[in-house]
Ligand binder design. Sequence first.
Ligand code: ADP
Ligand code: MG
Length: 373
Amino acid sequence: KQSDEKDKDKADRATSDQVLDQRTRMILLQMINRGFVSEVHGAISTGKEANVYGAMLVDDKTGDVVHKAIKVYKTAILVFKDRERYITGEHRFKGGFDKGNNRKMVKLWAEKEFRNLRRIHSAGIPCPEPISLKLHVLVMGFLGDRKGWAYPRLRDATLIGDDVDQQWRTLYIQLLGIMRKMYQVCRLVHADLSEYNILYHDGLLYIIDVSQSVEPDHPRSLEFLRMDIKNVGDFFRRKGVDTLSDRAIFNFITAATGPVEEPGLAETLEKLYETRESAADEDQAAALEVDNEVFRNQYIPQTLEQVYNIEKDAQKLSQGEGGDLVYKNLLADQVVRPEEDQNDEDDSEDESGSGVSLSGSESGDESKFDKGR
Ligand code: ADP
Ligand code: MG
């Protein structure tokens, strides 16, 4: 066991190039003391919202080195404003959301990433292994080689060989499969998916940066999913891949029946290619673009509530705010007075007092539909 002084040096090393606050340094020190890592190195990445540091765990006896990554969320005030929209409407975080308290916000954020990683990792989707979490500091498995070089982002990946086109197509199919599995098995929409938040190594895609990922019952999950689909399509089209329409992919990901594992996922996608309307090539590209555009602007009811909550919608209409309702014309002549005020942000659920405990049940979705509002 090393002396405290020596440990402290190691924790300090990470702070030499980036100023970390006292609290963060104490957490890093604690993680060294608890044996999650032996030393913390410089930043692999410095972002708006978080820095990612390299770290090592050295086996005392054998001297074997295992690399880790530590994501430290920044507690600065400004950058977290935009994140509200991901948390609002998340039943997992009801009661745990306090805009005024910055430190709580970043803690929540790290916690969200940790929980989401756990789901994704245990579903067998390539991603960093979640190892330890303390406040706004998250230790995870390192995605990189044994020398400590991180795998490139998909954006920077160079594929080699004489079948590069085929490789890009295979990666495209692989990613669509991952998105479906994430949705169906992990019950998550990534919500910031792009070539920047995927690492690539040796034919495999690794999903990272999942703090903002939401469950399908989040009021904006389908909007986020459509954005993910768009980003993925744009990227692979630039790589010359013949992509499926956004709509076809959306249906593929959200369809309740069908395979959620390989090789079934890839087979289903190949069938989609076979059965799609075969027009002349250029027409097809144009048609695809129009269809994508129409699809992106369509209203998709998200939950049963959105489809059936007549009272709430009637209230909206009576206040002149019903313009975005699909069936506004149907409702127009039967506007009724709402009985009492409804809180339209939150349909408070019974777990509100439980805060954001890590061990809590995560499948509170179903209860919502039983309540019969
Ligand atoms: P940000 O919120 O700053 O975008 P990310 O989670 O996307 O944070 O991480 C930023 C960068 O750090 C990634 O692009 C990747 O290069 C690197 N990185 C993140 N996690 C790991 C990891 N587990 N192993 C190796 N590199 C990682
Ligand atoms: Mg990122």
